[in-house]
Design a protein around this ligand. Sequence first.
Ligand code: GLN
Length: 199
Amino acid sequence: MSDGARDLPVGLLSLQGDYAKHEAAFRALGCATRYVRRPAELEGLRGLVIPGGESTTMTRLIDRVGLRGPLRDFAAHHPVMGTCAGLIMLAGDLADEVAAHGVQPLGLLDCTVRRNGYGTQVDSFDAPVVISGLPGADGTYPAVFIRAPRIVRTGPGVEVVGRHGDEPVAIRQGRLLGLTFHPELTEDLRLHRAFLDLA
Ligand code: GLN
């Protein structure tokens, strides 16, 4: 990305979910943000975050406002980070039709995820995860998992950059970054910074 693009705002898909927490993280890094609720708002952005929330609702709203095609076009040329429900929306496909519950992912990141993959008993927890391969963010990171998806398949072009035990929890395909957890709910800004550096 050119130096000029570094002055552009990061877009936050703001149809639903905890986009305001991402806004606070980028502000703390001195990076401007813009809410994205319609296709024209994707113009002139440095990258985009699809936040955590509820992927069933996000699917409905993305299609209602006509953002499905524009989001796919945008992701072909810009960095995009999907966190939790945002990763579900980035995924290639979803495992388990019942769990998928009508969610239609954008089909951008070559992976299969299972919604609510930790079940109902342990559906929310904090755990240290190990990030490697994201310059500036390598090391242990305090991850917050809330009704998190599980990544059950990754394609050949996908790099696992974060693990909880043996399990992938952060993946990267070029400038697309998918996290099963919520980096916006900790004080640790390394993953937001690493995302900005992906450009
Ligand atoms: N379980 C939610 C979904 O399927 C994701 C939860 C979250 O984003 N914290 O959309």
